[in-house]
Design a protein around this ligand. Structure first.
Ligand code: NAI
Ligand code: MG
Length: 366
């Protein structure tokens, strides 16, 4: 029997890149393909895999093809692993691939849910009896990662070098990410946005950030707000996380806080993320928060849940909210049943977790 063509086929560019990125992208693809195979022809995924990353750089001197962005533009989404390997300086690999895509495709909203999975022991004792669940919304186009600055000017010579790394804050850049955070808060049971700032010490960029936050907040009287300094917010993540729902922060601050959040949930390997171009002028990119983990790469030890959770965010982006929820339930059913990788205290290999998640999906078939 030949299957009918799927009602909707999503064209996805897969960029596994380096280290465990390769393993976790394969894991996410397997789950999405299982979901599509089970959809009764409602949807399918057409994958194109790109070999870009540090290995490609060693062969060609480029992290991606010169026309790579032109090629990627035509896809519905990008599914990304992780970039970085000890043989290539990190600022070259990151700027040459991941940041190049984020910046050029104006993926200005980076969504990073902090989700506590059943069966995963959190280092946070409070998690045992308190339901914790919040989302970090990261400004993903400017701020501290705008790439503005320079080195070596004035030829000062060895021992006297100077480097300037500037942060860029625009009123429109602040406003769009804050409105995104407020709109997201309205969809959640706890309607609250916490703004992360450092305006006591950074008196230009972060004061503008605070002013825009106050102005935008006035348009959302139904959403509670707070403004917290980043150092205090890092303490709050540990001490009062039950008070968080949506946390909006600049590029660097949210990068740091989201790793803290995923560590509190049990492991960096659990954390999912979406780099969104909300206007959909360009493809959005979905990737786990973690890096290429050279210490465990190639051994089947990688936790695939961050990458599979990122695939669920991609399904949501495609309007497949029920399927995204099914994937999340399958992940939770798997962790609850004790099928866990080593980073969260278990002994399962990557593929065993993938198999368990696909079985849980089949069991939940509507
Ligand atoms: P990392 O996230 O790769 O690893 C930090 C720690 O978490 C390691 O102990 C690692 O074993 C563990 N870990 C990470 N992912 C895991 C997973 N899926 N399952 C189980 N354990 C996991 O961060 P690190 O070591 O600072 O960076 C390694 C490389 O990755 C560097 O080249 C860095 O630049 C790059 N990187 C890339 C990112 C990206 O592509 N989005 C993000 C962060 C780092
Ligand atoms: Mg990070």
């Amino acid at each position: 029997m030949t299957a009918l063509p799927a009602a909707r086929t999503f064209q996805i560019a897969a960029i596994p890149a380096d280290g465990v990125g390769v393993e976790v992208v394969a894991a996410g693809r397997a789950v999405l393909d299982a979901l599509a195979a089970d959809s009764g022809g409602a949807f399918a995924f057409d994958w194109t895999e790109f070999p870009w990353g540090c290995g490609y750089y060693e062969k060609t001197g480029r992290m991606m093809d010169d026309d790579g962005l032109e090629v990627l533009k035509n896809f519905d989404a990008i599914y990304f692993g992780a970039v970085g390997w000890p043989t290539v300086p990190d600022h070259i690999s990151l700027w040459g691939l991941r940041l190049k895509i984020c910046q050029n495709f104006d993926q200005w909203a980076n969504i990073r849910p902090v989700h506590f999975h059943p069966g995963v022991v959190s280092p946070l004792r409070k998690a045992d009896d308190t339901e914790l669940d919040w989302i970090v919304v990261r400004e993903n186009s400017e701020g501290e990662y705008a790439g503005l600055g320079g080195r070596n000017f004035a030829s000062r010579g060895p021992g006297n070098e100077v480097a300037v790394q500037s942060a860029l804050f625009t009123e429109s850049g602040c406003e769009r990410i804050m409105r995104f955070a407020f709109d997201l808060a309205r969809t959640r049971s706890r309607k609250k946005v916490s703004s992360v700032t450092k305006s006591n010490a950074q008196q230009y960029g972060m004061v503008l950030w605070d002013e825009v936050f106050a102005r935008v907040a006035a348009d959302y009287p139904d959403v509670a707000t707070e403004s917290v300094l980043v150092d205090a917010m890092s303490a709050k993540f540990v001490l009062r996380p039950e008070d968080l729902s949506v946390v909006v922060a600049s590029n660097l601050n949210a990068d740091i806080l989201s790793d803290l959040g995923s560590a509190l949930a049990g492991s960096l390997g659990l954390a999912a993320s979406a780099n969104l171009n909300p206007e959909r002028r360009f493809p959005s990119m979905f990737e786990p928060v973690h890096g290429s983990a050279p210490d465990i790469a190639g051994q089947g030890l990688a936790n695939p849940i961050g990458a599979i959770g990122s695939a669920a965010l991609m399904l949501e982006h495609f309007g497949l909210a029920d399927e995204a929820a099914r994937v999340r339930h399958a992940i939770d059913a798997t962790t609850a049943s004790g099928v866990l990788t080593a980073d969260v205290g278990g002994s399962a290999k990557t593929d065993e977790v993938v198999t368990a998640i696909i079985e849980a999906l089949a069991a939940s078939k509507p």
